[in-house]
Design a protein around this ligand. Sequence first.
Ligand SMILES: O=C([O-])CC(=O)C(=O)O
Ligand SMILES: [Mg+2]
Length: 621
Amino acid sequence: MSSLQRHFLRRVVQGVGRERKSRWSLITERKMANVVNDGGDSTEKIVNGAVGGGGGVEDVYGEDFATEEQFLTPWAVSIASGYNLMRDPRHNKGTAFTEKERDAHYLRGLLPPAIFTQELQEKRLMHNLRQFEVPLQRYMAMMDLQERNERLFYKLLIDNVEELLPVVYTPTVGEACQKYGSIFRRPQGLYISLKEKGKILEVLKNWPERNIQVIVVTDGERILGLGDLGCQGMGIPVGKLSLYTALGGIRPSACLPITIDVGTNNEKLLNDEFYIGLKQRRATGQEYAELLEEFMTAVKQNYGEKVLVQFEDFANHNAFDLLEKYTRSHLVFNDDIQGTASVVLAGLIAALKLVGGTLADHKFLFLGAGEAGTGIAELIALEISKQTKAPVEETRKKIWLVDSKGLIVSSRKESLQHFKKPWAHDHEPVKNLLDAVKAIKPTVLIGSSGAGKTFTKEVVEAMASFNEKPLILALSNPTSQSECTAEEAYTWSQGRAIFASGSPFDPVEYNGTLMVPGQANNAYIFPGFGLGLIMSGAIRVHDDLLLAASEALAVQVEDEHFEKGLIYPPFTNIRKISANIAAKVADKAYQLGLASRLPRPKDLVKHAESCMYSPLYRTYR
Ligand SMILES: O=C([O-])CC(=O)C(=O)O
Ligand SMILES: [Mg+2]
């Protein structure tokens, strides 16, 4: 018996209860088996699990996978029919099961007689959701829906993306992580703690899905700008992966959220009776490195080398090292360093239409020299180098960073962490941000410190005193950590600032004009970027792929957006945007010889669209 067969058998034995045979679920499992067995290289559409764009098609899985014999193999026994089918969020349709399905799948009497369309269910749920005034209640209602009816969850999220992104993602996900222990209902991902040391491969095998394409992993040490939330950081991988599906079209069963629990240094959590993690201080050094090494090895062993591992919300001191260590052996991507960099670069490229000049004509000042700050700075330097052919050592000199000790200058070089060293330029010491703004006179001010309210009135006024249109990006999340609000940026610059922030702000009226702030959030990039990697079968990430993603996003800002002062397109079109990003990333991967899925599809945009998961219900025969 193969390990896959054993796995399914285990699922059956683990009390799935009834052993009624239902064709569609068998066929689903067979398809997964095929994908796993052929190493993921069957047709691309199957690889990404979207058949003909999904929904509404009779028996979309086709009959060809199933023979009577396969029906009788033990591991292929139906895992859901009747009551269990309704309890299976991946296949449940609730009141939308048709008469035929109710007959065929033992659902008679288990549902009230009315049959709803998915649209009507959506309308009802959106109405219910809007009754909750507290964002966290909306978050919990959405998580409940995801646990109950996955396709409906994604339909809501995709159709109402601007309204629901702040609910399942920043800022609300931040609060959810802070309170994760009390609101915890069902595990939504894998927890790998120090207790699992030596057994990580086995733990991975406990996850019910085999064909994983994207893992988002955190160790919870720097959750958004909220600091160490330990094991409760799980909300972040869960939220990011729901965006991978909703925004990038990766099918949900291919997504795996993981939290690595090496303890927490958060005293409040250590003393909280509802804390769900290990109650010990963080393991560091060799103990930490060994656990991560075991994890990365197990991931590759279990899922192959094309699984994308996205590092999320690790603290600076681990994030850079992990990325550097695994970038040559695994398909890894750090969203906070690389995803944020790519989205900000896109915004800057787009903003040139409003502020004029080339990137090389601008001067950049950052508050915050961690993952986001140095990641963005480096990508800007690379792009300028690409455009001007100047060496990157030169182009870095247009970029200045301020950390907690003031402007980073060469006289500090010895005491700097390695990721700050490239930014230590010659200048006399400057103690604080305001003085740095006055001394450097940047055209672009970027906040990436995780510290809220740090772009004070004086700082914004200084920016506005020597820039006609100061470009101000307050990237820290969630909203409470934003360097300034949209209203402050507009008011203090007399309505001249071009402003975008990591967490969303509502439009602001200034002197009778409605100012619309953009959201410079990595959610624009990682879903499409990941799709591009997956559909091309990329085996490594390269900086040029990030640059390709930035350029792909920037060109999708249209005149009507610029007229409103926006430097990002609205999220409403995000799936189309993601398909375009995916196509450009895949194209670059093919050019660089990093793509393993051959032959290269001719029309990569169309191909990306055809690979995307559709949340529409399927009809079960
Ligand atoms: O999650 C977000 O909204 C953006 C992000 O990666 C972070 O702030 O760490
Ligand atoms: Mg993050």
